[in-house]
Design a protein around this ligand. Sequence first.
Ligand code: FAD
Length: 105
Amino acid sequence: MADTMNGHADIQLPDGRILAFSCLFALAPFEVSPLIPQQLDLDMYQGPLGSTVTTGAMKEASMPGVFAYGDAARPIASVALAVGDGNLAGVGAHRSLMFGSITHE
Ligand SMILES: Cc1cc2nc3c(=O)[nH]c(=O)nc-3n(C[C@H](O)[C@H](O)[C@H](O)COP(=O)(O)OP(=O)(O)OC[C@H]3O[C@@H](n4cnc5c(N)ncnc54)[C@H](O)[C@@H]3O)c2cc1C
């Protein structure tokens, strides 16, 4: 566990030793804005770094007609996946509006 970080990316350990690095990659916890999931009482997936809205393959949440995608609904932060999931959610929302359900996903 690091005590302090100085200079470029030097880590000082609690015992005083200093480890020098050029850069650091950190795995940070995240939090989905809870307002809408709480109001709608959506099922959430609790992962090791934070919770995300649980969805089916077409990105429909536990409440029919509600869709979630991107970082809010996948514990893997990636632009490509967020864009792809957004596309699926759009198709899912369209099916939901046209046919009333997407249970045939
Ligand atoms: C430092 C950093 C580096 C990254 N590097 C990469 C990388 O190299 N490659 C990669 O693929 N991914 C990277 N990512 C991950 C990538 O940025 C995300 O996976 C992606 O932006 C998710 O898109 P999103 O639309 O789901 O969420 P976001 O991009 O977070 O968009 C959500 C938007 O909703 C808005 N919002 C939130 N709450 C509300 C509300 N109540 N009402 C209205 N608006 C609201 C927010 O302000 C925000 O604009 C990185 C992320 C970080 C933090």
